[in-house]
Design a protein around this ligand. Structure first.
Ligand code: FAD
Length: 512
């Protein structure tokens, strides 16, 4: 289906994140053949294609003024092979669907994005998605065994892990030396093409994972699955200051937790009955026996008895669920903010080396305070990865300039601390123009070489990862008087999707 109807285009003008950009058209392929035909048409007619899953990605890789290719519907095949411990999932299949199908066999896909109810397999691969359990199991990259793609020639290709590189991009000996020098030493990274992994493995899959729809369209993913551990226990640990929390994190990571999450007081203030602490760490340990799981919780609490000011423990899954409800209650609380105070994802995904976590949170609080913008800070402490919801009052004069100032301050802060601008959400349009500051001109030139090798006509998602010549992070906002005009009823529905995280809603429904 290829649609140019104005209401349908409006329904696809927004994703999660800050942008509203009206596409020229929307294509909804139903098969790989449809995708092939679309790419060939794009080559002939100089169209730009914007691959898209559920639209829940934050930095604007899922919106643009070309043709949106909605892959969230037509690629729903899912087959679990319990013996091989794999799942072959079409691009539309969500994380939750993979896990529901794998669970009866005692298997799961361990990286667990909080958006798993709606994030598609194509979208997760394209952003190198991650979640709380990434501290132990990594981002999705190592869990991708094979990919089916349609490349920029309009050819179907199957890439298998271990099969090496049959693509058109190779690294010279000089660039192999440069990459380890220039790539930041963070535990997570979704900021640009993963040349560091590619240099190690020589595996083309490692270039495609995290490429944000700029190199090819993913039509199916072969996921590797893992047995679900038998037992779990955990704790909530409160700290009076950021310094003691930062010191605690490496110790807790050394105990091999399956999740180690941070809730800062800037977020806790929105949660009724939350403990009164400067920050809270939620920790989960998965083990093969209950004794082992409980034992390691004891080790954690004993090891930190001089630095924690609040301790609650949970010895089984339901107790842990209850303990973690404080994290789940934060999102609805933020959604209930007054209409003038928008939660905007602009500096929402920075990741720093673990020993810089406290300095990063301190710097974030100072930058936000200096710009007069409230923020809510939380994240994946065990990976040095911090989410920030900026909460500007959009009725206040100068809120845009303040927000842009915050973007620049946080970019400087991340560079100073050896961090990256995205740990899991990706670069999108939002961060394309700052990548060179993190990696330097030589690595940026390699990124451009990758793009040219895979997509010489720049069909796929121009302006994402490789910045447009007129890049600016703050144009085409969905908020404010100069937001692109779309029908009022569709704008209201899109806002409701955002507030209720209803990204699984088929976007065509919003237009009817
Ligand atoms: C409430 C909420 C919570 C979130 N929590 C997390 C979290 O815990 N962890 C996390 O990693 N992310 C999280 N996200 C961000 C988002 O859910 C992830 O980035 C997710 O992987 C995006 O999947 P999607 O299907 O929505 O993709 P989209 O948003 O539609 O697309 C994202 C990017 O992938 C590309 N793309 C999509 N499908 C394909 C395809 N088939 N082929 C090629 N390129 C494609 C797009 O071009 C775009 O650049 C959250 C978002 C929300 C709204």
């Amino acid at each position: 289906m290829f649609v140019t109807d104005a209401r349908v285009r409006a329904a696809y003008a927004e994703g999660a994140g800050i942008y509203r950009i009206l596409p020229a058209a929307v294509a909804i392929p139903e098969s790989q053949d449809d995708v092939v035909a679309l790419v060939r048409q794009a080559r002939e007619s100089h169209l730009h294609l914007i691959p898209r899953g559920a639209g829940s990605g934050m930095p604007g890789g899922n919106v643009g003024n070309g043709v949106i290719v909605d892959l969230s519907i037509g690629f729903a095949d899912l087959v679990v092979d319990p013996h091989a411990r794999t799942a072959r999932a079409g691009a539309s299949v969500t994380w939750a669907e993979v896990n529901d199908a794998a669970k009866p066999y005692g298997l799961r896909l361990p990286p667990d994005p909080s958006s798993g109810a709606f994030a598609t397999s194509g979208g997760m691969v394209a952003t190198n998605a991650a979640g709380p359990r990434t501290v132990r199991y990594g981002s999705v990259r190592p869990w991708v065994e094979a990919l089916e793609i349609v490349d920029a020639e309009g050819s179907v290709r199957i890439l298998e892990r271990g099969a090496g590189n049959h693509g058109s991009f190779t690294l010279t000996p000089d660039s192999r030396l440069l990459i380890p020098e220039r790539f930041p030493k963070t535990r997570k990274n979704s900021s640009g093409y993963a040349l560091d992994r590619f240099a190690e493995t020589g595996d083309e899959i490692d270039l495609l994972v995290g490429s944000e729809g700029t190199l090819a369209i993913v039509t199916a993913v072969q996921w590797r699955l893992d047995p679900i551990p038998a037992d779990v226990a955990g704790a909530a640990l409160g700290f009076a200051d950021l310094e003691s929390m930062t010191e605690a994190v490496p110790y807790l990571v050394s105990l091999n937790p399956s999740a180690l999450e941070l809730l800062d007081e800037s977020l806790l203030q929105f949660v009724p009955d939350a403990p009164k602490v400067a920050c809270l760490l939620l920790i989960e340990f998965e083990r093969e026996t209950a004794t082992a799981a409980r034992g390691v919780v004891g080790d954690a609490v004993r090891g930190l008895k001089h630095s924690v000011t609040h301790v609650q423990t949970a010895v089984d899954r339901s107790g842990l669920e209850q303990l973690w409800s404080v994290r789940r209650m934060a999102s609805p609380a933020l959604a209930r903010l007054p209409p003038t105070q928008r939660s905007l994802q602009l500096v929402e995904d920075g990741c720093v080396p673990l020993d810089a976590l406290g300095a990063y949170v301190t710097g974030l609080r100072a930058a936000a305070g200096g710009r007069g913008i409230s923020v809510a800070i939380f994240g994946h402490a065990g990976d040095g990865h911090v989410h920030v919801n900026a909460l500007p009052d959009t009725t206040r004069d100068g809120w845009r300039e303040a927000l842009r100032g915050l973007f620049d301050d946080v970019t400087d802060l991340l560079i100073r601390l050896g961090g990256v601008p995205s740990g899991e959400h990706g670069v999108g349009r939002l961060r394309a123009g700052i990548l060179e500051r993190f990696y330097g001109p030589q690595v940026m030139a390699l990124f451009r070489d990758v793009k040219r090798a895979y997509d010489p006509l720049s069909i796929f998602n121009p302006g994402v990862i490789i910045p447009a010549t007129d890049w600016s992070p703050m144009t085409a906002l969905k908020v404010g008087a100069d937001a692109a005009a779309i029908p009022e009823d569709i704008a209201t529905r899109l806002r409701e999707v955002e507030r209720s995280a209803a990204w699984a809603t088929p976007k065509l429904e919003l237009a009817h």
